[in-house]
Design a binder for this molecule. Sequence first.
Ligand SMILES: CC(C)(COP(=O)(O)OP(=O)(O)OC[C@H]1O[C@@H](n2cnc3c(N)ncnc32)[C@H](O)[C@@H]1OP(=O)(O)O)[C@@H](O)C(=O)NCCC(=O)NCCS
Length: 169
Amino acid sequence: MSTDRIRIRTATSEDLDTLSELIAASYATLRESGYETQALEAAMPKMSRANPDLLSSGTYFVAEVDGVPAGCGGWTTAKPGTGEIVDGVAHIRHFATHPRFVRMGIARLLLDRCLAEAHATGARLMKSQSTLSGERFYAAAGFRRIGEVEVEFAPGIILPAIEMERALP
Ligand SMILES: CC(C)(COP(=O)(O)OP(=O)(O)OC[C@H]1O[C@@H](n2cnc3c(N)ncnc32)[C@H](O)[C@@H]1OP(=O)(O)O)[C@@H](O)C(=O)NCCC(=O)NCCS
């Protein structure tokens, strides 16, 4: 597919329902990616819903193909979970491509937007807490694996993730 058909725009709070549907469809594919079933199902309600704070952050984006929402993702200076801010460090947040639109370069376009914006605001390092199946996507974009971490999605609900990072630009 030509990337000319993909338009990226900033998300707003009005995208909550549409992006929650998109993220739920995308994260449903994680059921085939080696997670412990009980932990994944416990995390799914929170993990697969669009995050209102991200939607109103101004640094979360929607990719549309011919006007149809096909992917989303963004970045923040605040570390997911803790909110910690470290000078020069930015974090990738909540990337998802709808299963109908995978491997068309949509997440890569979103990622390029995030990397460029974060760099323009002074970040020199981009970090990502990748899903187990997302690792190859980030690796293809120049991220290196730091190691496996445990992410707490809600009190007591913990899933493994891969901590990754790449220098900016
Ligand atoms: C990870 C995810 C966002 C990638 O989205 P995508 O739009 O399909 O990614 P792209 O088409 O931009 O992929 C760019 C490159 O990354 C690599 N890549 C992406 N998905 C891959 C996969 N499943 N296996 C191997 N490499 C992959 C490839 O090099 C690809 O280029 P190519 O298709 O020309 O070979 C998508 O698979 C997804 O939503 N997964 C479920 C949710 C999730 O894990 N999100 C990540 C949260 S951290």
